[in-house]
Ligand binder design. Structure first.
Ligand SMILES: *Cc1c(COP(=O)(O)O)cnc(C)c1O
Length: 360
């Protein structure tokens, strides 16, 4: 078997232990005689898988009992549309904090349904900071405030949770969920696409406070209505059963490693050493202010961009894959999610140092 170190931003690396377990259970899940993919979502076996996954996630994130956990389809981008539809009357207002590419996308979609008010914008076109609490303009009738704790493309992460008083706070945690403990009780809703820190693309987790579910602000088609999806325990229609199962295996893996405190320590170690290697060299640069650098997505540039192609091809020869930066930012990006082992980060740093000394 030959496994590379995959630094892709998503779909992203999964724990080998999880893939091996899925492989061993592929043809015959626990003597059921069939693959999880082939099971009825309403049968006893899948119900057990689904409930165990939810219970494990609830434990890992310490989700309070007045929050529902949904396992939905359509990725994070679908929530960009469902949030305003569920929580705002057309013409009324929702607030958006803009810190990079994903929050920009979210506000743009909301603007098609309601008044999407920018409560702070940390600076297009180059995002290298987050606004302070005092920068947030929280006046006038906002139905919620949305922000992106970790901007996957720009490599910018909030070092604090915005205070929004009585206004429900909603967070797109797609690229940093489960990387550290989150005080769920501070949020009205959290959502996260699965392909970064959870598992298969297409699945999205939505954790939502019950009073928001019950608000029923607009009459919506059932498949777009969080309250309908929640009342059906995420089985209003056939859920992404296999993706739900893989998510459950990842939750078990996280529990075995010691939960989110342990992950937080491991992720900090990985990120600190990679940023240090960048900062200690004249050859590499990271543009983000040190107080809000992402622990999950580390963009960096080479002092001489003519060497980008050579860097990528030599990295690939060293089994270090998917390091090309997002087309909107350029340069490189190393995504070092939960499932990226520390050896992968060490191998990247070794390669970067050798490449720099050969080409300086
Ligand atoms: C990847 C990502 C998305 C988009 O996820 P999809 O599942 O492709 O819709 C949204 N927000 C953030 C922060 C992301 O990292």
């Amino acid at each position: 078997m030959s496994r590379v170190f995959n630094f892709s931003a998503g779909p992203a690396v999964l724990p080998v232990e999880v893939l091996e377990q899925a492989q061993s259970e592929m043809l015959d899940w626990r003597s059921s005689g069939m693959s999880v993919m082939e099971m009825s979502h309403r049968g006893k076996d899948f119900m057990e898988i689904a409930q165990q996954a939810e219970a494990d996630l609830r434990e890992l994130l310490a989700v309070p009992s007045n929050y529902k956990i949904l396992f939905l389809q359509g990725g994070a981008s679908t929530q960009f549309a469902l949030m305003p539809m569920n929580f705002v009357k057309p013409g009324s207002k929702a607030g958006y904090i803009i810190t990079g590419s994903w929050s920009q996308k979210a506000v743009k979609e909301a603007g098609k349904w309601c008044q999407a008010v920018v409560v702070a914008d940390s600076g297009s076109p180059n995002y290298s900071e987050v606004p302070t609490q005092d920068d947030l303009d929280l006046g006038n009738d906002l139905n919620y405030v949305h922000y992106t704790p970790n901007e996957t493309i720009d490599g910018v992460e909030f070092p604090y949770i915005p205070e929004t008083g009585d206004i429900p706070l909603i967070a797109d945690y797609s690229s940093s969920i489960l990387s550290e403990p989150i005080p769920v009780e501070k949020y009205g809703m959290i959502y996260a696409g699965a392909q970064k820190n959870i598992g298969c693309a297409g699945l999205v987790l939505v954790i939502i406070r019950e009073d928001l579910l019950n608000a029923k602000i607009n009459k919506l088609p059932s498949i777009f209505d969080y309250s309908v999806l929640a009342a059906a325990d995420s089985m209003y229609n056939t859920p992404s059963t296999y993706a739900w199962y893989i998510a459950g295996l990842v939750f078990q893996w996280l529990k075995k490693l010691g939960g989110l405190q342990a992950m937080a320590a491991r992720n900090k170690r990985k990120a600190d050493k990679l940023y240090k290697a960048i900062d200690d060299s004249d050859f590499y640069q990271n543009p983000v202010s040190p107080t809000c650098r992402s622990r999950m997505n580390v963009p960096f540039t080479l002092a001489n961009p003519d060497l980008d192609g050579l860097f990528l091809s030599e990295a690939a020869q060293n089994q270090l894959l998917s390091l090309k930066g997002h087309r909107s930012v350029g340069g490189m990006r190393a995504s070092i999610y939960n499932a990226m082992p520390e050896q992968g980060v060490n191998a990247l740093i070794d390669f970067m140092q050798q490449f720099a000394s050969r080409n300086s």
